[in-house]
Design a protein around this ligand. Structure first.
Ligand code: FAE
Length: 523
């Protein structure tokens, strides 16, 4: 049993260096997890706690070493090579200001945020030990029970809400903002202004729990600790305050002594191993993206946790290349963007949104119950360090459109069939809400932030979901049928939509599935 003290130490310092032990060519491991985001971290903790030595392979870096500026991560106002995954130019979600391209040149490097470009959409994902937890806004929202039952009908909702959501939120370190402090803090002025206008326009609002330590944020506001959320840090990583997976699930898994993490290795193939189990091939990456070495490892069990896009691409490629030819036809299908669309409003001069803005959103506009167009919109920061009178939103809508991953044998790559026009239902739903708010407040949309004369940020998502949907591409617990020992355990299991920010749903579903898998397949 791991002592409380060990766990506390792990929580403070993250994954110990001893766990960052790369696999060697020819190694044989009982369990191998591809990817270290939410699904992968749950698998790592529960497998190691069950006594099973587990190797996590992660394409991104370990993010445990400070750069020349003394910081591990760079901030949003001054992005450098640490910001983006193998790009020579930043690709900011809000890419324009006053209609002018706001991106800048950077050195090509294995940075922490990937903007993966498909034909009709840019999919933002975290790269590094901790996956999306390194770059996300930390909003830890439990989905509506009726909606969970609608999207995952084969899952026992009662067990999810009684057992797995509480287990996930406890292990993730979710906490709530103190409402009294929120009402007075300078850094949430932007959220109060948007919230009050939404309410005055007839909409309900709600506080959003977060994994960022609100106690630390209070100290940031008071000026007693180094600033992170209050220093424009979020999508390129937080140097303080955030309980990312390397400080929670992965640190606890490492504390068992049974976890190894192989960072900067990208898995390129999985196929049956002649000696039994599965052969997993991976390329060790240089920070410039080149391959340093190629290794093949044998694993008795493989957990696909490379994220909705990573897992789907890998499995679709394996099927097309004949390495796993018998994977179900549903592998690669049912992908959605959680109905994501971004938009901004221009405030009146007397409605200042504040020069100091917390990078961690704390309030959402909840119009999900509206049958004419469900919308759950987070009030997002625009932390430019100066007053801009901008109110920004990321809306989650019930966009029914889906896409699929397809292998291109000419290039050997996997594409996504999503067309930008498929996001029209999301735009229409969000427009109803924000047209109403604009009318009531006599305000207008900003049309200079997502392009020239472009109101809607409709060609990007933070919430890729689906591609290997539970009960269709896998059985009801993520097992790939006909492939004993192969499991899917990440956001690709969720059919394109959760109605809220997805990581709590991904974590809780992974907790449910791994508990069953350990009890029945690994006992
Ligand atoms: P994920 O966390 O993406 O982990 C997959 C891991 O696998 C990554 O570390 C990859 O680098 C790695 N990988 C991929 N392919 C390979 C390969 N071939 N070999 C080795 N490694 C590989 O997957 N969600 C919320 O609930 N609340 C928020 O506030 C929120 N804000 C967000 C803000 C941003 C900017 C972004 C990008 C996302 C945000 N999300 C948020 C979404 C959330 O981070 C995402 O749903 C989860 O991270 C997905 O978890 P998975 O375990 O599926």
């Amino acid at each position: 049993m791991t002592s409380r003290r060990t766990l506390l130490r792990a929580a403070l310092f993250g994954v110990p260096a001893a766990a960052l032990l790369p696999l060697d060519d020819g190694d044989h491991v009982p369990a191998l997890v591809i990817g270290s985001g939410y699904g992968g971290s749950v698998a790592a903790l529960r497998l190691t706690r069950a006594g099973i030595a587990t190797a996590v392979v992660e394409m991104g870096m370990a993010w445990n070493t400070a750069g020349p500026d003394g910081k591990i991560f760079c901030d949003m106002l001054d992005p450098d090579r640490r910001s983006y995954w193998l790009r020579t130019r930043t690709d900011q979600p809000v890419g324009y200001f006053l209609g002018i391209d706001a991106n800048r040149s950077i050195e090509r490097y294995t940075g922490v945020l990937d903007s993966e470009r498909f034909a009709g959409i840019r999919v933002y994902q975290g790269r590094g030990v901790g996956g999306g937890s390194l770059v996300n806004g930390g909003m830890a929202v439990v989905p509506r029970r009726d909606y969970l039952a609608e999207i995952l009908p084969s899952v026992d909702a009662a067990a999810m809400y009684a057992t797995y959501f509480p287990r996930a939120t406890a292990a993730l370190g979710v906490n709530a903002v103190d409402p009294a402090w929120f009402e007075t803090a300078d850094c949430y002025r932007y959220a109060r202004v948007s919230r009050d206008q939404a309410r005055a326009s007839g909409y309900a609002t709600t506080f959003l729990p977060n994994v960022y330590d609100f106690g630390y944020m209070r100290q940031e506001q008071a000026g007693t600790v180094p600033r992170s959320a209050l220093a424009s840090e979020v999508i390129y990583g937080n140097n303080h305050g955030k309980r990312s997976l390397d400080k929670t699930y992965l640190a606890a898994a490492a504390a068992t002594g049974r976890l190894t993490i192989t960072a900067q290795h990208v898995v390129t193939a999985v196929a049956p191993a002649p000696a039994g189990g599965w052969a997993v091939t991976m390329n060790q990456l240089a920070t410039t993206g080149g391959t340093v070495a190629t290794k093949t490892v044998r694993a008795d069990r493989v957990f696909f946790a490379a994220g909705s896009v990573g897992t789907s691409k890998l499995l679709v490629a394996m099927r097309a290349q004949g390495r796993l030819p018998d994977l179900p036809a549903a592998v690669g299908q049912g992908w959605g963007n959680n109905g994501n669309v971004m938009v901004a409003r221009a405030q009146h001069l007397w409605n200042t949104t504040g020069a100091l803005q917390s990078g961690m959103p704390a309030v959402g506009i909840d119009n999900w119950a509206d049958p004419a167009g469900p919308v759950f919109a987070e009030i997002a920061p625009f932390p430019a360090g100066t007053e801009l009178w901008i109110s920004l939103y990321l809306a989650i809508t019930k966009n029914p459109n889906r896409a699929q991953f397809a292998y291109d044998s000419a290039t050997g790559t996997v594409g996504l069939t999503w067309r930008t026009a498929q996001n029209q239902p999301a735009v229409a739903a969000a427009k109803r809400v924000f047209d109403t708010i604009n009318k009531a407040q006599v305000t207008v949309y900003r049309s200079d932030l997502f392009g020239v004369n472009k109101v809607w940020g409709d060609d990007l998502t933070y919430h890729p979901l689906g591609g290997c949907v539970l009960g269709r591409a896998t059985d009801d617990y993520g097992r790939l049928p006909g492939h004993p020992g192969l499991y899917v355990i990440d956001g690709s299991l969720i059919p394109g939509s959760t109605g809220v920010n997805p990581f709590v749903t991904i974590t809780a579903l992974a907790e449910r599935n791994i508990e069953r898998i350990i009890a029945t397949d690994l006992a």
